[in-house]
Design a protein around this ligand. Structure first.
Ligand code: GUN
Ligand code: ZN
Length: 430
């Protein structure tokens, strides 16, 4: 069969090393105009612009001029079912869940509704340059099918899982320890590694699971250790107090997961703001993943993630919108708020660090960095093309730039979907 070939060129941002590593040298990060050769959705090579590859004869070169081509954004923690309730006013976490989230999630027992919102969510994400996300679905298996099917239509690499809850939620939104185990296992067997889909075992958070349910899901994870397990951890102070009351024997919040087999290297813990020293030590010992959700943490009033400390440990740190607690589908906006949150803690994140978090950092946190999150031979051609002068306010600032980072930073701080000149999934322009 003939192979699908494409060539695109522009200024390429790729990483050999994390800009958070101690010996990182910014001058080693070259952003030159280059040509990317793609075969069947996989990057074949990255070459100088005058390079001619005889295997690609007669293939049109798509030249993006001075636009910046990056790996597509990886949003490492979202709730696609909350798409329609984004920007809901005036509540903090537990009230926000009860007032806005749970009533909306109840609607996902209907496959048609779930499919409509999943398709809408995927479209919003792609138009913002996000090519991979890890999404919580609802307790309904239909919501999981809808998510993976909508992503498969676009051939996207995604992570998803049935959210499990068997207490402290409306009756219609509760499963049980047994049905959570059975349904999660059936969905995992149906979707994990089907095309570009990855299943994540998904207890919502310990307040909405009984010890029996946490134990059942811990046992499922031990049967399928190659899967990710995603949940929430230490997002809000009131939530932590509640966890203490619900689990009086636990040493801390993390212990409510560890006791039931839900702590591990493939554990992906969202928010992780108010961590105690023991929790950070244990998470580091196992090499877990923490996901920073800055727009959500400011919007719901949760707190300021400690980027400086947590990136200095043996942890993987990713970045996420946390739709619909987060207030934007854009990973540019998410990077902007990550910058502002770090500033409030006395740290100025460099644009290279922000871009790394939104691509390779998140891909590593999801254990997908062998496929996505960077521009390199063998990686999927999931790409975002950024116009660094997408609006008058941005272009008048970037015109003054002395280097590419200064040119990029106004787009990070002020950019939105107008900055997305193109999104590619597996080599195909969407
Ligand atoms: N904690 C438990 N569930 C949720 C959720 O849906 N969103 C956020 N931000 N935090 C949670
Ligand atoms: Zn969340």
């Amino acid at each position: 069969m003939s192979k699908n070939r494409n060539i695109i060129e522009g200024r390429i941002l790729s990483f050999d090393k994390s800009p958070f590593s101690k010996d990182f040298d910014l001058s080693s990060l070259k952003i030159d105009k280059k040509r990317i050769f793609i075969i069947d959705g996989i990057i074949e090579s990255i070459e100088p612009v005058n390079f001619i590859n005889p295997e690609f004869q007669d293939i049109e070169i798509i030249d993006y001029g001075d636009h910046l081509i990056s790996a597509g954004f990886v949003d490492a923690h979202v709730h696609y079912p909350q798409t329609a309730i984004i920007a809901s006013w005036g509540k903090r976490l537990i009230d926000w869940l009860n007032t806005y989230t749970f009533p909306e999630e109840m609607r996902f027992s209907n496959l048609n509704y779930a499919s409509e919102i999943a398709a809408r969510y995927i479209d919003f994400s792609l138009s913002n340059g996000t090519t991979t996300m890890a999404s919580y679905c609802t307790i309904h298996p239909e919501s999981v099918d809808a998510f993976f099917k909508s992503a498969a239509v676009k051939n996207m690499c995604v992570v998803g899982g049935k959210t499990c809850m068997d207490r402290n939620a409306p009756g219609d939104l509760c499963d049980s320890a047994k049905s959570a185990y059975d349904d999660s296992k059936a969905l995992l067997q149906k979707w994990h590694h089907k095309g570009r889909a990855h299943y994540a075992i998904t207890p919502r958070f310990s307040p909405t699971s009984t010890p029996d349910q946490l134990l059942a899901l811990g046992s499922l994870w031990s049967e399928f250790p190659e899967c990710l397990m995603q949940t929430h951890l230490s997002e809000q102070v009131d939530e932590i107090d509640w966890v203490r009351k619900l689990f009086p024997k636990a040493r801390d919040y993390l212990d409510t997961y560890e006791t039931f087999g839900l702590l591990g290297e493939r554990g992906v813990y969202g928010h992780a703001i108010h961590l105690e020293a023991r929790e950070i030590d244990r998470l580091s010992e196992v090499g877990a993943s923490l996901i920073h959700c800055p727009t959500s943490n400011t919007f719901i009033g949760s707190g300021l993630f400690n980027m400086e400390d947590l990136t200095s440990r043996s942890l993987k740190v990713g970045l996420a919108s946390d739709i619909g607690g987060g207030s934007s589908f854009s990973m540019l906006r998410t990077m902007a708020v990550a910058y502002e949150v770090a500033q409030l803690r006395g740290l100025a994140l460099h644009p290279s660090q922000l871009m790394w978090l939104a691509t390779q950092g998140s891909a590593k946190a999801l254990h997908l960095d062998n496929q996505i999150g960077n521009i390199a031979p063998g990686m999927a051609a999931d790409l975002v093309v950024l116009d660094l002068s997408s609006t008058p306010t941005i272009s008048q600032r970037s015109a003054r730039a002395n280097d590419v980072w200064e040119e990029l930073f106004p787009t990070i701080m002020m950019g939105d979907d107008r900055a997305i000149a193109a999104t590619y999934v597996a080599g195909k322009k969407i």
